[in-house]
Design a protein around this ligand. Structure first.
Ligand SMILES: NC(=O)C1=CN([C@@H]2O[C@H](COP(=O)(O)OP(=O)(O)OC[C@H]3O[C@@H](n4cnc5c(N)ncnc54)[C@H](O)[C@@H]3O)[C@@H](O)[C@H]2O)C=CC1
Ligand SMILES: N[C@@H](CC=O)C(=O)O
Length: 353
């Protein structure tokens, strides 16, 4: 049985949910997926860090109510988050990066991923910063070292978009996309339609684990902008930076705007899109749009996301599913590990042939 030793960098909603899944589903995964996951290290800004070469019990990790610096009480633990030591020295096969997304320069997560790839460890991440800002360099480093840099959860959480578009729609000739790419803002708009005020709706999204540490990123469109960059660069072969994508969020929408849309059988949605122009360049944008109810994206509600991929050979293909949520996003990490596992199996078969 294959066992992947993993180190968790960040132990907030998403990585804690992954630990919860490990505690309850490792046997199922061993049977159905052919591997088990063993947590050999965790590092978190608030809790500190711990390296345990034989593995930490996932259930105990999830159920313990650690105080600030609490990992310092564990064997092999420290009250400080020493990410660099954990990433470089823990006996991990895979580094699971789920710290805060920094929309400006992607740090320190870009460095976390680089340290991992330089020390022979695969990276799976849900953090949009290193993908939107550092993907080219990190992918090249991974390839050079025969490793994987996987980030399905960086767009639409566990809903398959990146691998689906790249693998299943290969050859369909993608020309552009438009979608609802932020769960929090879509949830907030829906709540405002029921009469709830903006701040109360944002607070509820935070409690449900949808929002970024700073929810300004959600409601002002910075998060969607990173996702537009990721999809445009990955699927349209663009080379965009966040500053190349125009951005407007939903905070300017008033209760009266929402009401007026309802009365005219339409709905406000925060739309992220990109299109390939005739000269081959790619233009991306993020802005609220008032969509008629018959528009395919108008019915997408709550933290659900959807993206319509506009292809030459197949027309428009729309993928809908959860766009945020702790377990939903932890599933994206699992799907990345499955991709690594399947690729290593395929490589072994090729070597044996
Ligand atoms: N929650 C969601 O629905 C989704 C989240 N994401 C992304 O996944 C990542 C994790 O999300 P959540 O777990 O919800 O966030 P969170 O805010 O619940 O947890 C982040 C954790 O990382 C720790 N942390 C922050 N900076 C750190 C550093 N430099 N070193 C060590 N630990 C650090 C924090 O103490 C916190 O415990 C974020 O980048 C987020 O944008 C992506 C898709 C969906
Ligand atoms: N805060 C984000 C989480 C996923 O990227 C969102 O609400 O979509």
């Amino acid at each position: 049985m294959t066992v992947y030793n993993i180190a968790l960098i960040g132990f907030g909603g998403v990585n804690r949910a992954l630990a919860e899944l490990i505690a309850s589903k490792n046997d199922l995964w061993a049977r159905d997926l052919g591997f088990r996951l063993n947590i050999v290290a965790v590092s978190d800004l608030y809790l500190g860090s711990v390296i345990s070469p034989n593995g930490l019990d996932a259930k105990t990790l999830v159920e313990s109510k650690f105080a600030k610096g609490g990992f310092g009480q564990l064997s092999g633990g420290s009250a400080e988050a020493d990410n660099e030591t954990v990433i470089k020295t823990a006996p991990a096969d895979i580094i699971v990066e789920a710290t805060f997304t920094n929309p400006k320069d992607g740090e320190p997560a870009v460095s976390h991923c680089r340290w991992a790839l330089e020390s022979g460890k695969h990276v799976v991440t849900t953090n949009k910063g290193p993908v939107a800002i550092g993907a080219q360099v990190l992918k090249a480093l991974a390839e050079k070292n025969g490793l994987h840099f996987e980030y399905e959860g960086s767009v639409m959480s566990g809903t398959p978009v990146i691998r689906m578009a790249e693998k299943t729609l290969a050859g369909a000739e993608l020309k552009g996309f438009e979608g609802i790419l932020n769960g929090t803002s879509n949830f907030v708009l829906g709540r405002m339609e029921t009469g709830m005020d903006f701040s109360a709706a944002v607070k509820e999204a935070q409690e449900l684990g949808y929002a970024e540490a700073d929810p300004t990123a959600d409601v002002e469109g910075y998060d969607v902008r990173l996702k537009v960059v990721i999809l445009a660069n990955e699927l349209l072969g663009a080379n965009l930076t966040p500053d190349d994508v125009s951005r407007k969020g939903i905070s300017g929408l008033t209760a009266a705007d929402i009401d007026a849309a309802t009365k005219s059988s339409s709905r406000w949605k925060l739309i992220g899109s990109a299109v390939r122009n005739a000269d081959g360049s790619v233009t991306g944008s993020v802005e609220p749009k008032c969509l008629p109810l018959e528009h395919p994206l108008a019915a997408v509600s709550g933290a659900t996301n959807a993206v319509s991929l506009n292809t030459e050979l197949l027309g428009s293909v729309t993928v809908t599913g959860p766009g945020a949520g702790r377990i939903e996003t932890a599933y994206a990490l699992l799907s990345d590990i499955v991709a690594i596992h399947n690729a290593s199996g395929a490589a072994q078969k090729k070597e044996a042939a």
